[in-house]
Design a protein around this ligand. Structure first.
Ligand SMILES: CC(=O)[C@@H](O)[C@H](O)COP(=O)(O)O
Ligand SMILES: NCC(=O)COP(=O)(O)O
Length: 248
């Protein structure tokens, strides 16, 4: 079954716009759980622009679903991850000036820096995921580094879809399919995420080697119009449809 991880970062974005406590990301996580989410993803950024340390404390204490904690590979974030010991940690690239994640982590170039993070997280019993492009070198390095999981960055595919570039959509989708197959062959668990919407999710969900999709910004935006429960159940339904159609 293809799992759905709901990223609640942008509930915190709206909350932080006024510096109060509403809307509460933990309440959103609870509603997502009640609506079919298999996990919660939260990105504790160095600048705390959305998810805060207190949000992570409460998610760990109050939400039964597995938490996939996204962090940059820094000593501060490693300490926080080792203290909480979430179900999974996904190492992601981070630049303070970025509006959102702009691509996959270059684990080939950053091997020597990242390998100790993967080892320490793994030794703490945390499933380690690396957020990378669907690139054969990056996938090979992820295996060599001892990661359990890779999460394929679907941003370029989604951006091509947004600008209506059907040729680029097909090209990026093919790269994602090849990457997922290669990663699976190497014994890695394969996830995908970034920018997915109702219009773009089904071709990705149809990739048979994928075990988890992490989706956030679109769902939180859609929740403004139809409520979070319906936004999540609709996404879950599309994912199920995609898998059923793929086997027909
Ligand atoms: C790694 C990724 O694509 C997202 O999970 C990440 O959380 C995006 O960053 P923002 O949530 O800050 O947009
Ligand atoms: N890792 C991707 C994620 O958690 C959600 O990304 P997005 O749907 O908010 O772009």
């Amino acid at each position: 079954m293809l799992r759905l991880g709901v990223n609640i970062d942008h509930v915190a974005t709206i909350r932080n716009a006024r510096g109060g406590a509403h809307p509460d990301p933990v309440r959103a996580a609870r509603q997502a759980a009640e609506s079919g989410a298999d996990g919660i993803t939260a990105h504790l950024r160095e600048d705390r622009r959305h998810i805060t340390d207190g949000d992570i404390d409460r998610l760990m204490a109050e939400i039964d679903l597995p938490l996939n904690l996204e962090i940059a590979a820094t000593p501060e974030m490693l300490d926080i991850a080792l203290r909480h010991k979430p179900h999974a940690v996904c190492l992601v690239p981070e630049k303070r000036e970025e509006r959102t994640t702009e691509g996959g982590l270059d684990i080939a170039a950053g091997h020597n820096h990242l390998a100790p993070y993967v080892r320490q997280l793994d030794e703490a019993g945390i499933r380690v995921s690396l957020f990378i492009e669907a690139d054969p070198v990056q996938i090979a390095v992820a295996e060599a580094m001892g990661a359990s999981v890779i999460e394929l960055h679907t941003g370029a595919y989604c951006e091509a879809a947004l600008r209506g570039d059907t040729e680029a959509v097909a090209g990026h989708l093919e790269l994602l399919k090849i990457g997922a197959s290669e990663a699976f062959r190497r014994g890695l668990e394969v996830h995908a995420g970034h920018g997915l919407t109702y219009d773009t999710v089904k071709p990705i969900a149809a990739i048979p080697e994928l075990l988890e999709l992490n989706i956030g910004h679109f769902l939180i935006g859609e929740a403004i119009f139809r409520g979070l429960r319906e936004a999540v159940t609709t996404m879950r339904g599309l994912i199920v449809e995609a898998r059923e159609e793929a086997v027909e």
